[in-house]
Design a protein around this ligand. Structure first.
Ligand code: GTP
Ligand code: MG
Length: 202
Protein backbone atom coordinates (compact mmCIF):
# COMPACT_ATOMS: atom_id res chain seq x y z
CA UNK A 1 0.00 0.00 0.00
CA UNK A 2 1.19 3.50 -0.82
CA UNK A 3 2.22 5.36 2.30
CA UNK A 4 1.77 9.08 2.07
CA UNK A 5 4.18 11.41 3.74
CA UNK A 6 2.38 13.22 6.56
CA UNK A 7 1.43 16.64 5.27
CA UNK A 8 1.38 18.33 8.64
CA UNK A 9 4.16 18.21 11.22
CA UNK A 10 2.71 20.55 13.82
CA UNK A 11 -0.83 21.76 14.35
CA UNK A 12 -2.01 23.78 17.30
CA UNK A 13 -5.13 25.55 18.42
CA UNK A 14 -4.34 29.24 18.83
CA UNK A 15 -7.44 31.23 19.65
CA UNK A 16 -11.21 31.22 19.66
CA UNK A 17 -12.44 34.69 18.84
CA UNK A 18 -15.77 36.50 18.57
CA UNK A 19 -14.31 39.78 17.49
CA UNK A 20 -11.92 40.88 14.73
CA UNK A 21 -9.63 42.57 17.24
CA UNK A 22 -8.82 39.14 18.71
CA UNK A 23 -7.97 37.49 15.37
CA UNK A 24 -4.26 36.66 14.85
CA UNK A 25 -2.46 39.39 12.90
CA UNK A 26 1.07 38.13 12.45
CA UNK A 27 1.11 38.26 8.66
CA UNK A 28 0.93 34.48 8.18
CA UNK A 29 -1.56 33.46 5.50
CA UNK A 30 -5.01 32.29 6.54
CA UNK A 31 -7.33 29.80 4.86
CA UNK A 32 -10.93 30.09 6.00
CA UNK A 33 -13.44 27.25 5.99
CA UNK A 34 -17.12 28.01 5.38
CA UNK A 35 -20.33 26.07 4.97
CA UNK A 36 -23.70 25.25 6.50
CA UNK A 37 -23.84 24.10 10.06
CA UNK A 38 -23.13 20.36 10.36
CA UNK A 39 -21.67 20.08 6.82
CA UNK A 40 -18.39 18.77 8.24
CA UNK A 41 -16.03 21.78 8.43
CA UNK A 42 -14.42 20.89 11.75
CA UNK A 43 -14.14 17.20 10.82
CA UNK A 44 -12.43 18.14 7.57
CA UNK A 45 -9.88 20.26 9.42
CA UNK A 46 -9.07 17.35 11.72
CA UNK A 47 -8.60 15.11 8.69
CA UNK A 48 -6.47 17.60 6.79
CA UNK A 49 -4.25 18.17 9.82
CA UNK A 50 -4.34 14.47 10.68
CA UNK A 51 -5.25 15.31 14.28
CA UNK A 52 -8.15 13.45 15.80
CA UNK A 53 -10.16 15.74 18.07
CA UNK A 54 -8.02 18.89 17.76
CA UNK A 55 -11.09 20.61 16.31
CA UNK A 56 -14.31 19.99 18.23
CA UNK A 57 -17.01 18.30 16.15
CA UNK A 58 -20.57 17.31 16.92
CA UNK A 59 -23.71 15.78 15.47
CA UNK A 60 -25.61 18.77 16.85
CA UNK A 61 -25.57 21.69 14.42
CA UNK A 62 -23.99 24.88 15.72
CA UNK A 63 -21.07 23.27 17.52
CA UNK A 64 -18.63 25.91 16.31
CA UNK A 65 -19.91 29.26 17.63
CA UNK A 66 -16.72 31.32 17.51
CA UNK A 67 -14.03 31.74 14.88
CA UNK A 68 -11.28 29.23 15.71
CA UNK A 69 -7.71 29.57 14.47
CA UNK A 70 -5.30 26.64 14.07
CA UNK A 71 -1.64 27.22 13.29
CA UNK A 72 -0.19 24.65 10.91
CA UNK A 73 3.57 24.07 10.76
CA UNK A 74 4.01 27.69 11.89
CA UNK A 75 3.31 28.42 8.23
CA UNK A 76 -0.38 29.34 7.96
CA UNK A 77 -3.70 29.32 9.80
CA UNK A 78 -6.80 27.28 9.18
CA UNK A 79 -9.79 29.38 10.21
CA UNK A 80 -12.87 27.41 11.28
CA UNK A 81 -15.83 29.72 10.69
CA UNK A 82 -19.16 29.10 12.49
CA UNK A 83 -21.72 27.36 10.27
CA UNK A 84 -24.25 29.27 8.21
CA UNK A 85 -27.96 28.69 8.54
CA UNK A 86 -28.04 27.73 12.17
CA UNK A 87 -31.12 29.42 13.59
CA UNK A 88 -30.82 28.54 17.29
CA UNK A 89 -27.95 30.94 17.94
CA UNK A 90 -30.40 33.67 17.05
CA UNK A 91 -30.76 37.41 17.33
CA UNK A 92 -27.93 39.76 18.11
CA UNK A 93 -25.23 37.09 18.60
CA UNK A 94 -25.88 35.67 15.13
CA UNK A 95 -26.05 39.08 13.47
CA UNK A 96 -22.87 40.20 15.20
CA UNK A 97 -21.01 37.07 14.08
CA UNK A 98 -22.27 37.54 10.51
CA UNK A 99 -20.95 41.09 10.51
CA UNK A 100 -17.55 39.92 11.82
CA UNK A 101 -17.32 37.24 9.11
CA UNK A 102 -18.35 39.72 6.42
CA UNK A 103 -15.69 42.21 7.47
CA UNK A 104 -13.11 39.43 7.66
CA UNK A 105 -13.83 38.24 4.13
CA UNK A 106 -13.93 41.73 2.67
CA UNK A 107 -10.90 43.19 4.41
CA UNK A 108 -8.46 40.65 5.85
CA UNK A 109 -5.37 40.87 3.69
CA UNK A 110 -3.82 37.71 5.20
CA UNK A 111 -6.76 35.61 4.02
CA UNK A 112 -5.41 33.91 0.90
CA UNK A 113 -8.26 31.53 0.19
CA UNK A 114 -11.71 30.26 1.12
CA UNK A 115 -12.92 26.69 1.28
CA UNK A 116 -16.68 26.29 0.94
CA UNK A 117 -18.17 22.95 1.93
CA UNK A 118 -21.42 21.64 0.44
CA UNK A 119 -23.04 18.42 1.67
CA UNK A 120 -22.88 16.01 -1.27
CA UNK A 121 -26.45 14.90 -0.52
CA UNK A 122 -27.87 18.42 -0.53
CA UNK A 123 -27.13 19.86 -3.93
CA UNK A 124 -29.44 22.88 -3.98
CA UNK A 125 -29.70 24.30 -0.48
CA UNK A 126 -30.83 27.97 -0.47
CA UNK A 127 -28.34 28.66 2.35
CA UNK A 128 -25.49 27.47 0.11
CA UNK A 129 -26.82 29.45 -2.86
CA UNK A 130 -26.90 32.68 -0.86
CA UNK A 131 -23.55 32.11 0.87
CA UNK A 132 -21.67 31.05 -2.26
CA UNK A 133 -23.11 33.93 -4.21
CA UNK A 134 -21.84 36.33 -1.60
CA UNK A 135 -18.41 34.67 -1.22
CA UNK A 136 -17.89 34.58 -4.99
CA UNK A 137 -18.52 38.33 -5.12
CA UNK A 138 -15.71 38.88 -2.62
CA UNK A 139 -13.27 38.09 -5.42
CA UNK A 140 -11.27 35.75 -3.16
CA UNK A 141 -9.90 32.40 -4.29
CA UNK A 142 -12.71 29.98 -3.58
CA UNK A 143 -12.44 26.20 -3.55
CA UNK A 144 -15.72 24.27 -3.29
CA UNK A 145 -15.76 20.80 -1.72
CA UNK A 146 -18.54 18.21 -1.57
CA UNK A 147 -18.50 16.49 1.84
CA UNK A 148 -19.60 13.12 3.28
CA UNK A 149 -19.27 11.29 -0.04
CA UNK A 150 -19.02 8.03 1.94
CA UNK A 151 -22.81 8.31 2.24
CA UNK A 152 -23.25 8.02 -1.55
CA UNK A 153 -22.36 5.41 -4.14
CA UNK A 154 -19.67 6.29 -6.68
CA UNK A 155 -22.19 7.03 -9.40
CA UNK A 156 -24.40 9.10 -7.11
CA UNK A 157 -21.32 11.06 -6.01
CA UNK A 158 -20.58 11.92 -9.65
CA UNK A 159 -24.18 13.02 -10.18
CA UNK A 160 -24.02 15.11 -7.02
CA UNK A 161 -20.78 16.84 -8.11
CA UNK A 162 -22.36 17.77 -11.45
CA UNK A 163 -25.54 19.00 -9.74
CA UNK A 164 -23.63 21.17 -7.24
CA UNK A 165 -21.57 22.63 -10.06
CA UNK A 166 -24.72 23.47 -12.00
CA UNK A 167 -26.61 24.96 -9.03
CA UNK A 168 -23.76 27.31 -8.17
CA UNK A 169 -22.49 27.88 -11.74
CA UNK A 170 -18.99 26.73 -10.71
CA UNK A 171 -16.11 26.63 -13.16
CA UNK A 172 -15.13 23.13 -12.02
CA UNK A 173 -16.76 20.22 -10.23
CA UNK A 174 -16.42 20.50 -6.45
CA UNK A 175 -13.73 18.25 -4.98
CA UNK A 176 -15.30 15.15 -3.39
CA UNK A 177 -14.22 14.50 0.21
CA UNK A 178 -14.94 12.14 3.04
CA UNK A 179 -13.42 12.95 6.39
CA UNK A 180 -14.77 9.66 7.70
CA UNK A 181 -12.90 7.63 5.07
CA UNK A 182 -10.03 10.12 4.76
CA UNK A 183 -10.68 10.45 1.05
CA UNK A 184 -9.87 13.50 -1.06
CA UNK A 185 -7.33 15.02 1.31
CA UNK A 186 -4.38 14.96 -1.09
CA UNK A 187 -6.40 16.72 -3.81
CA UNK A 188 -7.31 19.46 -1.33
CA UNK A 189 -3.69 19.83 -0.20
CA UNK A 190 -2.59 20.29 -3.80
CA UNK A 191 -5.01 23.21 -4.15
CA UNK A 192 -4.06 24.62 -0.75
CA UNK A 193 -0.38 24.56 -1.69
CA UNK A 194 -1.19 26.68 -4.75
CA UNK A 195 -3.18 29.13 -2.65
CA UNK A 196 -0.42 29.36 -0.07
CA UNK A 197 2.19 29.96 -2.73
CA UNK A 198 0.00 32.74 -4.07
CA UNK A 199 -0.15 31.29 -7.60
CA UNK A 200 -0.88 34.35 -9.74
CA UNK A 201 -2.97 32.32 -12.23
CA UNK A 202 -5.54 31.44 -9.62
P1 GTP B 1 -20.81 23.29 12.92
O1 GTP B 1 -19.61 23.45 13.80
O2 GTP B 1 -22.08 23.06 13.66
O3 GTP B 1 -20.95 24.39 11.91
O4 GTP B 1 -20.61 21.90 12.09
P2 GTP B 1 -19.37 21.44 11.20
O5 GTP B 1 -19.57 21.88 9.81
O6 GTP B 1 -18.08 21.82 11.86
O7 GTP B 1 -19.56 19.86 11.21
P3 GTP B 1 -18.77 18.75 12.06
O8 GTP B 1 -17.40 18.56 11.51
O9 GTP B 1 -18.91 19.03 13.51
O10 GTP B 1 -19.60 17.44 11.64
C1 GTP B 1 -20.99 17.36 11.82
C2 GTP B 1 -21.41 15.91 11.83
O11 GTP B 1 -21.14 15.32 10.56
C3 GTP B 1 -20.68 15.04 12.86
O12 GTP B 1 -21.61 14.12 13.39
C4 GTP B 1 -19.61 14.35 12.05
O13 GTP B 1 -19.23 13.11 12.58
C5 GTP B 1 -20.33 14.17 10.70
N1 GTP B 1 -19.36 14.11 9.59
C6 GTP B 1 -18.39 14.99 9.30
N2 GTP B 1 -17.68 14.62 8.21
C7 GTP B 1 -18.21 13.45 7.80
C8 GTP B 1 -17.92 12.55 6.73
O14 GTP B 1 -16.98 12.71 5.92
N3 GTP B 1 -18.73 11.46 6.60
C9 GTP B 1 -19.76 11.22 7.46
N4 GTP B 1 -20.49 10.13 7.25
N5 GTP B 1 -20.05 12.03 8.49
C10 GTP B 1 -19.30 13.12 8.67
MG1 MG C 1 -17.68 22.96 13.48
Amino acid sequence: MKTEKPRVKSAEFVVSAADLKDFPRDGLPQIAVFGRSNVGKSSLLNSLMNRKGLVKTSGTPGKTRLVNFFLVDKRFYFVDIPGFGYAKAGGDVKRQMEAVIKTYVERETSCCGLLYLVDSRLTDSPVDIEALDWLAQSGRHLLVLATKTDKLSKSDTLKSLAAIRKTHALEMDPLPVSSLKKQGMEAIWEQLDLLLLGDPDR
